[in-house]
Design a binder for this molecule. Structure first.
Ligand code: PMP
Length: 420
């Protein structure tokens, strides 16, 4: 992290662990938002002087930006291994992508969703034809439960909502098997790949899913750009997600002709810099999957070995501790307030983790119950390309000290947050 805090923030924040003029900050909250890659920062800086409106301008800068914007679409298509006929629609993030799809469902579409989903995947689907499946005990049970739920759906279009990796436990879901049973029941699938895509290749056609949603800020790009990729037919038949310029072919006094294709849902001046950053991050990841996997495996193994030595620690798990996962671990420690642990890790040790219910209230409450914890919330630690062995080791020894000796500073609770 750069040594200087942005001037606009002011001086009231207490800077943790300033060593040699640098903030020794360990960001172990990659699952919330991952730091920007150098290549992404360079790409953004290169584009900023050319910043102009896409599609509509005749000027040279507009031509540059139009190429960049449509080039980003092609790179997203390649990143998720989309079929030729799939649409790539740029959105703000995964939440936006899933809400867009929810608005594009055909009339009377039945939706089946696991109750362990992140709220972004759990909540956009309204109406009586939504069926929630209780959290399964194993990947095989998930496949059976989806099969049974789809078999009970009324006649008509069907959509199964599935997640690649849990944002609470990092555990991988059996995406290809879920997509296969959905297909055999005549259902389409949408994959919430917000947590999976930064860690493992996601290939739509290979997995056999129909739609994929991703967020740039979890893929080592800045905020504000995401994508929905998938079957064009429902999307072309739907009303535009946003009404406005760019989505129209021709507007008459009493009628509007809407575009087909991604433009239909992308009204307004688009986030060219954001999608360029997103596409650059995707290209970087795609060129380095082996290194990404090796790095994360080392960190995750070290992290979990360290956590296993903390007295009273209970790790949350959907499918069992041995199940394959990306670099995300949530836990509680007996007798410890998760919010206080997170606050002391930040203030005294310069370590960023998250505490709470992680926008997956149903999932976390259930997992806490199953783990025998009464703490009401959990701590989540997540690693990625911005994490180092030193970060993990510092976190484990800081947590050990906090649990065995208590915080060194005094904290007070204000509006539910602990402050030193
Ligand atoms: N799904 C999962 C699994 C997530 O982890 C998140 C972000 N925490 C989202 C969806 C929503 O992503 P965003 O906030 O970028 O819309």
């Amino acid at each position: 992290f750069p040594a200087r805090i942005p001037a606009v923030v002011g001086r009231e924040l207490r800077v943790p662990l300033v060593t040699g003029g640098r903030v020794g900050y360990a960001n172990l909250d990659h699952a919330a938002s991952a730091p920007c890659l150098d290549a992404v920062q360079d790409a953004v800086n290169e584009l900023l002087p050319w910043y102009a409106s896409v599609h509509r301008g005749a000027g040279f800068a507009s031509q540059v930006c139009t190429r960049v914007y449509e080039g980003a679409r092609a790179r997203l298509r390649a990143f998720v291994g989309a079929r030729e006929t799939d649409s790539v629609i740029f959105t703000r993030n995964t939440t936006d992508s899933l809400n867009l799809l929810a608005r594009a469902l055909l009339r009377k579409t039945s939706v089946v969703v696991f109750d362990t989903e992140h709220h972004a995947a759990l909540l956009p689907w309204g109406g009586p034809r939504v069926r929630r499946i209780e959290a399964p005990e194993s990947p095989a049970a998930a496949v059976r439960a989806l099969d049974a739920a789809l078999a009970e759906c009324p006649e008509g279009p069907r959509l199964a909502v599935i997640t690649g990796a849990s944002n609470v436990t990092g555990e991988l879901w059996p995406v290809a098997e879920l997509a296969r049973v959905a297909r055999s029941r005549g259902a389409r699938t949408v994959l919430d790949a917000a947590q999976l895509a930064p860690h493992r290749p996601v290939r739509i056609a290979d997995l056999g899913v129909d739609y994929v949603a991703v967020s740039g800020h979890k893929l080592y790009a800045p905020f504000g750009a995401g994508a929905l990729v998938g079957r064009a037919d429902w999307l072309n038949a739907a009303d535009p997600y946003l009404a406005g310029g760019g989505a129209t072919r021709a507007v008459q006094e009493s009628s509007v002709g809407w575009n087909l294709g991604p433009e239909r849902h992308e009204a307004g001046s688009p986030n060219t810099v954001g999608v360029h950053a997103l596409a650059t991050a995707c290209a970087e990841l795609a060129a380095n999957w082996k290194a990404v996997g090796d790095h994360e495996e080392v960190l995750l193994r070290r992290l979990r070995a360290g956590l296993s030595r903390i007295p009273g620690l209970r790790e949350l798990s959907l499918f069992g501790a041995e199940h394959d996962r990306v670099g995300v671990v949530s836990f509680t420690v007996d007798g410890q307030d998760p919010g206080l642990l997170a606050a002391a890790l930040a203030a005294e040790h310069g370590i960023g983790v998250r505490d709470g219910l992680f926008c997956a209230h149903l999932a976390v409450r259930r997992l806490l119950h199953e783990a025998g914890s009464d703490s009401g919330r959990a701590v989540r630690v997540s690693v990625g390309l911005g994490s180092t062995v030193e970060h993990v080791d510092r976190f484990v020894s800081a947590l050990h000290a906090l649990v065995t000796e208590g915080p060194r500073w005094r904290y007070e609770q204000t509006d539910g947050r602990w402050l030193p």
